[in-house]
Structure formats: structure tokens, C-alpha cells
Design a protein around this ligand. Structure first.
Ligand SMILES: Cc1cc2nc3c(=O)[nH]c(=O)nc-3n(C[C@H](O)[C@H](O)[C@H](O)COP(=O)(O)OP(=O)(O)OC[C@H]3O[C@@H](n4cnc5c(N)ncnc54)[C@H](O)[C@@H]3O)c2cc1C
Length: 480
């Protein structure tokens, strides 16, 4: 039976109404291209359901007519997972209208939300109840919890609270057959067979659509101290972190490493960015400690700032710290964070770059950095390495900016050589070629190359069993 696109669109309209349907080319465009503008796909329509039932009815229609479904949240993903293909019969299923905070349970420290709720709105709702939802990343103003859970997002507080997988108790999911699985259980203990929840987390929309989630909350910190620290090397950064766990009484919540090259880009491209230190240094650490214990006098005394000052003094004497600034107020802390969080935006404005979202064990990070930087330089001597990221949990954005004056086409001719050199070293160190962004479309070949046959076989078996028609985000993670 041949496919009649306009008749199909009318069937979709009968499910989601005019408000839930986008069919015009101009209006569809933002859903068909990604943040980095690496992809430009096509879709029969962009469908924006308002409820789980509408999602289920949409999927049933798609299954009946063999139309593939590309789930999408805030479209901030960096590996093309939420992008439809350039050809084929697909819809984009955007969850952004399903953005309600359903319930905050302050007694049980949980929150139930719809999948399209924006991460920042979730953080704010938790804060309004004197609670913390600790997932935090630079795209938090537009990414959605459905996208965060589907990519098992990391961010800047993983070393203390864990990644998205550790922050969720229950899920509601629409399966590729259009059935609704209600797993919205707020249980900390539940050993009743296979953990279905864990299957969908990090599945990048290839196994089903997450429509709701029960999230874990924590007490809101009452004392936070943020420092901007110049260090001589990544080795010193890791040693500084190691000692900080005890010095802070186990209150290290973020530890980010940046190179001078990245800071130069931020200072050049981001209006209002200011270098906190008088002298230039090769490496910087942003170290944050936070505690739920309030400062005794409302000032620094007895609080984390006092402990941080003592620790930085001590580590300076040992040569681990070259210079440092402790934020004196929230505005200063935000300015430090902006230097870190604007790295991706500044790199984008500087021009083409190749990104590697890798992880190795924290203790192996210093020698990985040495070997990795040497390999990157060898692959393209004129390339400009920009390593930055979550050193506290072993995750580096080990990026390479194009040589000055090179266009994207010329630079990308060296892409395979650069990435191959980096990934070979990552694997030799027992690391991961995708620490937090996922596989999406971008790394399907790399996953097939670096994961073992048995791992790939199990992934494909799962995919075929749960989505026998292969309509759920096909071509992402693994090819079946
Ligand atoms: C400036 C910047 C900084 C970033 N920093 C970080 C960082 O520190 N840590 C980090 O982990 N990531 C980071 N990211 C990547 C990105 O923000 C995360 O991957 C985020 O979790 C994606 O959420 P989203 O709602 O935008 O998802 P989308 O981009 O819309 O989708 C991502 C994937 O999830 C699937 N998906 C989306 N919603 C659903 C759903 N409801 N059900 C099933 N599948 C779904 C999509 O099909 C796709 O495969 C950053 C991105 C930017 C632009």
C-alpha cells in the first residue's frame, strides 16, 4: 500500500489537533536542525502532543503506517540523536508541550514531572520547596528532562550526586507499539525482575518515549563556596581534587578543568567575560564545595569559605596552586561559572571544531591528557586543542579547534585522523568514547568499532525485541 502523506497528516491532526501539529517548512525548520547545525533532516510533520494518551495514539498511527518516530525534547543534544534523517518517512515527536510539574513531595523528597519540562524549571520548582534537583548543565535553560534521561546526561555535579540515571526513581513510557507502561513508582527499593526503567534511561529514544518521571530531590545547600584556581598542570588539578574531598568534609560538588586556550576563546567571544586573575596561566580549575549546613554567623566563619581558604593556602605552599580567587558573592560565583559554561558557545563562534566527549578514570586523567594532547598534535600540528570539562568525574571535552584561517571542509578532512588518534588512546586507558552526550547519529560507527561483538549483539537483540518494526528513532546508537 502506498503512503499518502496528506491523509496521514490529517489522521495525526485528529489526534493532536491544530495546536499539536507543525507542517509548514519554515515552522518545521528549528526541529530539523541541531544546535551545532551539523544536520538538516526532513519530516512529514512535527507532532507536539499534549498528553501521554496523545503520544500513545500518535505512535499507534505511526506503527500502522510504518512511519518512524524521532523523539525530541529541547533539541540541545550534541550527537544528532533527536535529528530526523535527510530522507525517509519520519515524524519528529516533540515533547515540549508536555511540560508540567505534576507533583512535589517534600516529605518523600521526590518530584513527578512530564518529560517536556525544562531542566531549569525543575530546578526552580525544587528550590521553591527548599529542595535541590542537582542535575545542572550549560543547556539547562532549554534542555528537557525527557532528553536528559534519554541521554543519561551528566553535567557539573556528577562527582557528588551522580548522572541522570542516579537521579530518577520511576518512569512512564510509551512503547513502540503505542502502549503505555506506568512505572511511576517512587520506590527506592524494588527488586521485582528486570529493571525496565534502566533500559529506557540513556536509550536516546530508540526503545520508547519517556512521557513522565519521578525524580529524586535533595536538601538545598545552605553554604556554597566557589573558587577560580590557576594550577600548573592537569596532574596538579587531580591532586588538588583528591585532597579537597577530605578538606571539605566530603562536600566537593563540582571540579572543572580548563586550558588557557579555552579561556582565550571565551574572553574573545562572550561579551562581559573577565579573567578573574591578573596573570595568564596554562590551566584553571573551578572548584565548588557546598553543604546543607548553614554558616554559623551568616558570614565566612566556620563555613566552607574559611575551609577553602585554608586548603588553597596549604596547596599553594605545595606548588599545586599558582593563584586563586574565592567568589565573594553570588554574582562573582556566577561570573566564574560563565567562563566555564560558555566554552561550547565560544568554540562555536571561533569556527569549526572536532569534539570528543571522553572519560577515563580520574587518577589516569593526567597521563591521558599528556598522551592525548601529543596524539592530537601529531595528527594535525596546526590544530588548536581545547580540553575542558568535568575532571572531577573523569570526563573531558577533548576538543580540537580548526587551525586559524581554515574552513570547515579543509579541517574536516583531518577529522578521522584526529578522532581515531584520540579514541585509540582513550580505549587504551580503559576509557569511554562517549561519556555523557551519547551516540546518536554521530558515533554509530565508532560504537560499532570500539564496543565488543557481544555488547553490540546484546544491544541489537534488545532493540529488535522491543521495536521489531524499527520505527523508534532508527539509525541511532546501533544499526539493526
Ligand atoms: C551548551 C551545551 C552544553 C551542554 N552540556 C552538557 C553537559 O554538561 N552534560 C551533558 O550530559 N550534556 C550536555 N549537553 C548536551 C545536551 O544538553 C544533553 O544531551 C541534554 O540532556 C539533551 O536534552 P534535550 O531535551 O535537549 O534532548 P534532545 O536534544 O531533544 O534529544 C536528545 C536525545 O534524547 C531523545 N529524547 C528526547 N526526549 C525524549 C523523550 N521524552 N523520550 C525518549 N527519547 C527522548 C532524542 O531522540 C535524542 O536521541 C550540552 C549541550 C549544549 C548545547
Amino acid at each position: 500500500m502506498s503512503f499518502n502523506a496528506s491523509a496521514f497528516v490529517e489522521k495525526l491532526r485528529s489526534v493532536v489537533g491544530d495546536k499539536g501539529l507543525i507542517t509548514g517548512d519554515r515552522d518545521k525548520h528549528p526541529y530539523l536542525t541541531d544546535w551545532r547545525e551539523n544536520y538538516l533532516g526532513t519530516a512529514v510533520a512535527v507532532v507536539r502532543p499534549a498528553s501521554t494518551e496523545e503520544v500513545a495514539a500518535t505512535i499507534k498511527l505511526c506503527a500502522a503506517e510504518n512511519v518512524a518516530v524521532v523523539p525530541q525534547g529541547g533539541n540541545t543534544g550534541l550527537v544528532g540523536g533527536g535529528m530526523p534523517h535527510e530522507q525517509g518517512r519520519e515524524i519528529v515527536l516533540s515533547l515540549t508541550r508536555m511540560n508540567r510539574i505534576v507533583e512535589v513531595d517534600t516529605i518523600g523528597y521526590t518530584m513527578t514531572v512530564e518529560a517536556g519540562a525544562v531542566l531549569k524549571a525543575i530546578q526552580d520548582a525544587a528550590a521553591a520547596h527548599d529542595r535541590l534537583f542537582p542535575l545542572s548543565l550549560a543547556a539547562e535553560g532549554s534542555c528537557t528532562i525527557g532528553g536528559n534521561l534519554s541521554t543519561n546526561a551528566g553535567g557539573v555535579q556528577v562527582l557528588h550526586y551522580g548522572n541522570a540515571r542516579q537521579l530518577v526513581l520511576g518512569l512512564e513510557v510509551v512503547t513502540p507499539a503505542g502502549e503505555i507502561w506506568n512505572g511511576l513508582r517512587a520506590l527506592k527499593k524494588d527488586n521485582t525482575g528486570y529493571d525496565l526503567r534502566d533500559l529506557y534511561l540513556g536509550a536516546e529514544g530508540t526503545l520508547g518515549i519517556i512521557t513522565k518521571a519521578v525524580l529524586k530531590l535533595w536538601p538545598k545547600p545552605k553554604d556554597i563556596v566557589t573558587s577560580w584556581i590557576a594550577v600548573p598542570s592537569p596532574e596538579a588539578a587531580v591532586e588538588l581534587l583528591s585532597g579537597a574531598h577530605a578538606a571539605s568534609e566530603d562536600n566537593v560538588t563540582s571540579c572543572e578543568l580548563m586550558s588557557r586556550q579555552g579561556i582565550e576563546f571565551v574572553l574573545k567571544h562572550i561579551p562581559g567575560a573577565v579573567d578573574p586573575l591578573a596573570e595568564k596561566h596554562d590551566w584553571y580549575v573551578l572548584l565548588e564545595w557546598s553543604s546543607t549546613r548553614a554558616r554559623r554567623d551568616g558570614g565566612n566563619q566556620g563555613g566552607l569559605a574559611e575551609k577553602m581558604e585554608a586548603y588553597l593556602g596549604e596547596t599553594m605552599e605545595k606548588g599545586l596552586v599558582l593563584d586563586a580567587a574565592i567568589a565573594q558573592n553570588e554574582a562573582q560565583a556566577r561570573a566564574f561559572w560563565a567562563l566555564r559554561e560558555n566554552h561550547s558557545e565560544a568554540q562555536k563562534r571561533e569556527g569549526p571544531s572536532i569534539k570528543h566527549d571522553i572519560s577515563v578514570a580520574v587518577s589516569k586523567m593526567p597521563s591521558f591528557m599528556k598522551d592525548g594532547l601529543a596524539a592530537m598534535k601529531k595528527a594535525l600540528p596546526e590544530g588548536r586543542p581545547v580540553p575542558f570539562g568535568h575532571v572531577g568525574d573523569g570526563n573531558m571535552h577533548f576538543n580540537c579547534q580548526a587551525p586559524v584561517g581554515w574552513d570547515k571542509k579543509r579541517f574536516l578532512e583531518h577529522g578521522e585522523a584526529i578522532s581515531g588518534a584520540v579514541y585509540d588512546i582513550v580505549v587504551a586507558y580503559g576509557g569511554s568514547i562517549s561519556a555523557e552526550h551519547g551516540i546518536g547519529r554521530l558515533k554509530v560507527d565508532e560504537l560499532a568499532h570500539y564496543r565488543s561483538k557481544i555488547e553490540l549483539d546484546v544491544m541489537r537483540t534488545l532493540k529488535r525485541a522491543l521495536d521489531p518494526q524499527n520505527i523508534m528513532n532508527p539509525g541511532k546508537i546501533v544499526r539493526t
